[in-house]
Design a protein around this ligand. Structure first.
Ligand SMILES: Cc1ncc(COP(=O)(O)O)c(C=O)c1O
Length: 395
């Protein structure tokens, strides 16, 4: 052999003794039973897996609030599920209106362009949402086959509240409506059928509190019909909806399913159903609102105004004189808490998704943030912030 085996330590030696508390923009901590499910391999075809697959579909219908037949798991990151939607619904000549509020909504436009679709981008001001007025103006100017929007723009922390109206406008103009709910699903309302949305995509690693790498997609009958009547073959074999339905609909072989990930997503969705969406939304609102108040009481500024602030990922302006990377490194070193940096904006971000929305996580994170700021020379009022957080959680 000309290539010698490398010196690679066992994985247990690479992992820290105590994992970091993941309070960034995802992945998020997972419940123990989801981790246990993720440790099991069974045959990807057969009676047990069929029951799991049927369960994932039924639980997805609940989480997405849809009666759509076509709910599928997708092997791959949420970006792959977004790409699956776009690649099946678009081809050269198809016209796509992409409402862009930041990095992730811009990614949808990039993907649609890559597929050869004719893409129009309507960009919101930085830190502001996409509005129904913007969508109405674009739809009045041109004809579109598909409109895309994110519910929560993780990159800057903006929520698009106008989705029901944008979906209504899209339908009135004969366009399908696609929503990226990657950082919001199961943290806030997105009733797919009631709002008239044709495609919803989410990942596992955020609000669902599952593992990264297995995602979910649901398509209305109208969206499915477009995908099945494509005038040209699908360029992506793995992301072909018709082929994927062999597995998700007919329990047949498409490719070898990522079995542990599908088991994990089943368990994560089951926990959502057990908690109920109403209770889960209330838990997220209560925790995020209390944390926002605690952050502000510490003397920090949230980037996005309350009216369109995304509750699931909070953007905090970097205090003057504090180095953002040094602050985050100190939080890791001194408190074993990890928060996120940003895509070009002068902010740090704290996630409020799934298991991150537990009081014990919030107290540890806010204390770590405040104390680390003090150690970096910024006079954060830690006691006041903690008191306001406690009061908010007591409400
Ligand atoms: C809103 C949104 N869309 C899409 C993605 C892409 O997800 P993934 O990294 O799993 O591809 C992310 C990831 O942060 C996101 O926040």
């Amino acid at each position: 052999m000309s290539i010698a085996p490398p010196q690679a330590p066992p994985i247990a030696r690479l992992l820290p003794q105590e994992p970091l508390l993941l309070m960034g923009a995802g992945p998020t901590p997972i419940p123990h039973s989801v981790g246990q499910a993720n440790a099991v391999v069974i045959n990807h075809l057969g009676a047990t897996m069929n029951a799991v697959v049927d369960g994932v579909k039924a639980l997805t219908r609940y989480a997405f609030q849809t009666e759509a037949l076509h709910c599928l798991g997708v092997r791959g990151p949420a970006s792959a599920a977004n790409e699956m939607a776009l690649a099946n619904l678009c081809w050269p000549g198809r016209r796509v209106l992409c409402l862009v509020t930041g990095t992730f909504s811009a990614r949808l436009a990039e993907m649609a362009r890559g597929i050869g679709a004719d893409v129009t981008v309507v960009e919101a001001q930085v830190g502001e949402p996409s509005t129904a007025a913007q969508a109405a103006a674009a739809l009045a100017r041109d004809r579109f086959d598909l409109v895309t929007v994110v519910q929560g723009e993780t990159s800057c922390g903006v929520v698009n509240h106008d989705i029901p109206e944008i979906a209504r406008l899209a339908r009135a103009h004969g366009a399908l409506m696609m929503v990226d709910a990657v950082c919001t699903l199961s943290t806030m309302a997105l009733p797919m059928d009631a709002w008239g949305i044709d495609v919803v995509v989410t990942g596992g690693q955020k609000g669902l509190a599952s593992i990264p790498g297995v995602s979910l997609i649901a398509l209305s009958d109208a969206a499915w019909a477009v995908a099945m009547q494509r005038p040209r073959p699908m360029p992506h074999w793995c992301l072909d909806l018709e082929r994927a339905w062999r597995f998700w609909g007919d329990h047949q072989y498409h490719y070898t399913a990522p079995v542990p990930g599908v088991l994990a997503v089943y368990e994560a969705l089951r926990l959502v159903a057990e908690e109920t969406l109403e209770a889960r939304f209330a838990r997220h609102t209560r925790c995020s609102t209390a944390l926002q108040a605690g952050i502000e009481a510490m003397g920090l500024t949230l980037l996005i105004p309350a009216a369109w602030r995304l509750p699931s990922v909070l953007s905090i302006c970097r205090p003057p004189g504090v180095d953002s990377a040094a602050l985050r490194a100190r939080m890791v070193a001194d408190f074993r808490v990890e928060i996120a940096g940003a895509f070009g904006l002068d902010i740090v971000r704290i996630g409020q998704m799934g298991e991150q929305c537990r009081p014990e996580m919030l107290f540890r994170t806010l204390y770590a943030l405040g104390e680390s700021l003090r150690r970096e020379g910024h006079p954060a009022d830690v006691a006041r912030g903690m008191a306001v957080l406690a009061a908010g959680l007591a409400d």
